[in-house]
Design a protein around this ligand. Sequence first.
Ligand code: CMC
Length: 443
Amino acid sequence: MEPTASAAPATKEINNIETISITDNRTGKQYEIPIDNGTIKALDLRQIKVNSDDFGMMTYDPAFMNTASCKSRITFIDGDKGILRYRGHSIDDLAERCTYLEVAYLLLHGELPNKAQLEEWTNNITTHTFVHENIKKFMDGFHYDANPMGMLVSTLAALSTFYPSAKHINDPKERQLTIYRLIGKVPTLAAFAYRHSIGMPYVHPDNELSYAENFLSMMFKVAEPKYKPNPILAKALDVLFILHADHEQNCSANAMRGVGSSHVDPYSASAAAAAALYGPLHGGANAEVLYMLDLIGTKDKIPEFIRDVKDGKGKLMGFGHRIYKNYDPRAKIIKRLADQVFEVTGRNPKLDIALELERIALEDDYFIKRKLYPNVDFYSGLIYQAMKFPVDMFPVLFAIGRMSGWLAQWQEMLLDQEQKIARPRQVYLGHDQREVVSLSKRS
Ligand code: CMC
């Protein structure tokens, strides 16, 4: 698009395309930039130059606060209204009426499976739950108290060496096989990591059990010939996997897409995504909620704790969200789920403190003004703890559910003609060229 030097009034539409007019006050030139889906292309700004030597205008957006890095048809979030949908289906509907494997199919294929498709999908994932015996030896090499999330990250990456043909990412059959393997094997790796950390023998997958039941069996089976998971706990875990399955362009999905854009195999890309999830700002907040509830100790200490938060002495963990400025819809479902789980496990004594904390916070001006509501992590840790998962396993549980979302985001990126290797620009503020001073003369 050629820049126009006139000071003509802003043109709103050219050939039915909405545009935005930008006047460069350095040169007086005016530019018409097309608007597509409420966005302008950053590359369209490159034409804005002071002179022909000028590189052209870029946008500066650390942390991608206002930059769409892709077009996606997977997950929709309206943070102001508290809406989360996968492929158009509300998270409440999916949690109520579907299993995790149906939801994983939905994320990857765009539609819910019919009966035959679900059978085939379930069968393919179930038959890929076993891992190579050498993976066990690899696991054994970790220190006895190794963090299970660190073990998961490493073993996901190691899988690429067991399945080298996964690097043929342009072959749809290879991609499909890797998707079965990753969704099938991530619970096995996760459970093996846990068993290693407590010095218990690994439990092989039981292919007669459902996805969540099998995971519980690999985690908690002791000497019984067949592990019989509690159906309410298995259902609760399945719902938690659904709630964590995708959340559009979050830090780990962005890592999956960014690393995957180099066309590395998806095992390596999902190890990168899991590494992103390992960070306390992403997958670790529910553990922080438990530490906070322990710190508060009793209900009568809550007002003092809230005062401290308002004085900037800490945060109310499990509250607030970059996108949700309303009740996180996942938190509502988890709160209901907690009641069902506690009927089986007994009430987590921290629940009373959490409920009172929520009540007080939601009536307090500080939280109301800043639109701070409970997020997904406020109650999930309480459920995991009641189900006997150790705190170190919380991000690992998150990773199991999120694997289908990572793979859906990865495949969408690969098939998107507009995508290329992810390579941001920078604003260079360092030195101009200068000469090396010989070592003896450096101060
Ligand atoms: N407790 C007290 N004050 C808070 C909290 C909180 N949990 N969260 C935000 N604020 C305040 C913050 O201090 C700021 O106040 P002011 O305007 O006076 O400076 C205002 O609210 C806006 O906060 P922000 O830090 O600009 O918001 P953000 O979008 O950058 O941060 C967040 C979002 C989730 C990092 C933050 O709310 C937080 O740290 N919450 C606690 C940790 C947590 O629960 N994280 C889990 C997020 S959900 C996981 C997922 O979806 O993956």
